[in-house]
Design a protein around this ligand. Structure first.
Ligand SMILES: [Fe+2]
Length: 333
């Protein structure tokens, strides 16, 4: 992993240790924080409905009220039981509406200390509880390559549904971002997990942790926590933080939009050009807004062939505004 070329962000803007009297203090201390009531419960309900409608638009027989239809046959193809990155999903109108919620933008502007930010074209997560057709195992990982130093990306998700202890969702190793350099000061091999992407996919910023690695962090005072949230809450975590998502086991469907933004100045002109290509062709990206831009379409595969429901544009395209063009990196500030 250490032999690959890494683009380096120009500066680490959160090196400051001054307190701010808001969520930023907890974020600085632990590398993660839940921010309450970023959107209203009503707005969260709107997004939940939009996500259910989106699943039904594939005409695969999915019925949110009939649990017998909560199987892969009745759903578009997802990753880890509910993450949707294909089918133009990252550019659905609802995804761009979430990214342009004023309070969401405000979080990332505060975090980085600049208004000139760009967004990832991340997917969403709609996880149906108690799926019987899934083989699932925890996959603790971080989304930053050890060769990148300091805080270079911060991930987030906007939560739409009640999310308690049995409702699956985000697991975070609280405090692990601060131990990132210490952990990787020794040579470490990424764990060979069954869901690890193939090497040719070039996920430069994915590192999978073993059980022993998990213990290494716990032995140093970190705590693996299940993040519980209410509709409208937002969680931020430094990409150096160990994390993964659990499947829900209660009655509640999990509804989430992944959102990540970083300063535009972190991006090279080439990355911005690739980003424009992705935006114009409704292609998604990783969590990284300013690098790792791969405008190749990874097709959703079903039973060994491309899903017959594959599509290369959203069902509902966004109303493209100045704000969207700037967040997409297409237009300068
Ligand atoms: Fe991740």
């Amino acid at each position: 992993m250490s032999s690959i070329q890494i683009e380096t962000a120009s500066s680490n803007l959160v090196a400051s240790v001054q307190t701010r009297g808001d969520w930023q203090d907890e974020f600085q201390k632990y590398g993660c924080v839940v921010i309450k009531n970023v959107i209203t419960p009503e707005r969260a309900s709107y997004y939940r409905d939009k996500q259910i409608q989106w699943l039904k638009k594939f005409d695969l027989g999915f019925d949110e009220n009939d649990e017998s239809t909560w199987t892969a046959d009745h759903l578009p193809v997802s990753f880890k039981g509910g993450m949707y990155f294909a089918y133009g999903a990252p550019h659905e109108k609802m995804a761009w509406e979430a990214r342009t919620e004023p309070a969401v933008i405000d979080i990332f502007e505060k975090l980085w200390g600049t208004k000139e930010i760009i967004s990832s074209f991340d997917g969403m997560n709609i996880s149906l509880p108690r799926r019987k057709d899934l083989n699932w195992s925890p996959w603790p990982h971080c989304d930053q390559n050890p060769d990148r130093k300091g805080m270079q990306a911060v991930q987030g998700l906007l939560n739409y549904a009640p999310n308690g202890p049995n409702d699956g969702g985000l697991m975070l190793m609280k405090g692990s971002a601060n131990l990132f350099d210490e952990f990787f000061a020794h040579k470490r091999e990424s764990y060979d997990h069954e869901d690890a992407p193939p090497p040719e996919a070039q996920f430069m910023d994915l590192f999978l942790f073993s059980k022993e690695d998990v213990k290494w962090f716990e032995d140093r005072g970190c705590e693996l926590i299940k993040v519980n949230m209410e509709p409208g809450d937002f969680v931020l975590w430094d990409s150096r933080t160990m994390h993964y998502a659990c499947l829900p086991e209660g009655k509640q469907i999990r509804h989430v939009q992944y959102i990540c933004m970083t300063p535009r100045k972190f991006a090279t002109p080439e990355a911005l050009e690739l980003k424009k290509e992705c935006f114009e062709n409704f292609v998604g990206t990783t969590h990284w807004p300013h690098c790792n831009i791969r405008p190749t379409k990874e097709k959703p595969m079903r039973d060994g062939v491309v899903c017959p429901k594959d599509r290369n544009e959203p069902f509902e395209k966004p109303d493209v505004t100045e704000t969207i063009l700037r967040l997409a990196g297409v237009e300068a500030y």
